[in-house]
Design a binder for this molecule. Structure first.
Ligand code: FES
Ligand code: FES
Length: 220
């Protein structure tokens, strides 16, 4: 009769470099008090050492460089720091506040689009991107769209169409629209709606926003 088929776990226990004690045998051993005495302390001490080693090697902060609006910022960040936090509250290594507050912190969970920035030309939720992942990329915030005193055509069109009420969502919409128009010069209304679907306006200014994007597209 064929041997009983081994479970994947039992097979794994026999692979080179792994313990040769299967989970089943280990549990059997615990039952008799033999294997447990020999193996359990080793397992526990090993796990403890691994945890200690991990804690010892944990990175608590790092100094990184970010290219924002064609300017290099050197900032110290924790691994969990988002790009949005650096933009709004970051302090560079010379003690200067980054202070780019155009991207808004609203939902902080990738739902409203208020924090939209461009990363390598694509619109991104800055609240959902870690600052360390933005290294080596071109980050453009709403502050970086104008050229000197000349507004970006999308910004001009938003003013022309009065496409805002409270204005809290506006920077995110402007950046998303600029990103859309950089990829699609003549979007249809449906494409504009789709391109801006990641942004929410609680004041309901959508018709004016869509008109503004159509106007900007004509100017561009
Ligand atoms: S604050 Fe980032 S998506 Fe809402
Ligand atoms: S203008 Fe108020 S949330 Fe859009």
């Amino acid at each position: 009769m064929a041997d009983k088929k081994q479970s994947p776990k039992e097979n794994a226990a026999e692979k080179p470099g792994k313990t040769t004690i299967s989970r089943r045998n280990f549990l059997k051993g615990v039952g008799t008090g033999t294997v447990a005495a020999a193996v359990a302390p080793t397992v526990l001490i090993g796990a403890e050492k691994a945890a200690e080693a991990q804690m010892g090697e944990a990175i608590t902060s790092a100094t990184i460089q970010l290219n924002i609006n064609a300017k290099t910022y050197e900032v110290e960040v924790e691994p969990r720091t988002t790009l949005l936090t650096v933009l709004r509250d970051g302090i560079d290594t010379r003690g200067n506040h980054v202070d780019l507050t155009g991207a808004k912190l609203i939902c902080d969970r990738g739902e409203c689009g208020g924090c939209t920035v461009m990363v390598d030309g694509t619109s991104v939720y800055a609240c959902m991107m870690l600052a360390i992942d933005a290294q080596g990329k071109q980050i453009t915030t709403v502050e970086g769209l104008a050229e000197g005193d000349t507004l970006h055509p999308v910004q001009e069109a938003f003013i022309q169409h009065d496409a805002l009420m409270c204005g809290f969502c506006t920077p995110g919409f402007v950046v998303s629209a600029a990103s859309l128009l950089s990829e699609n010069k003549k979007p249809t209304l449906e494409e504009i709606k789709m391109g801006l679907s990641g942004n929410t306006c609680r004041c309901g200014t959508y018709p004016f926003i869509f008109d503004a994007v159509k106007t900007a597209a004509r100017k561009m």
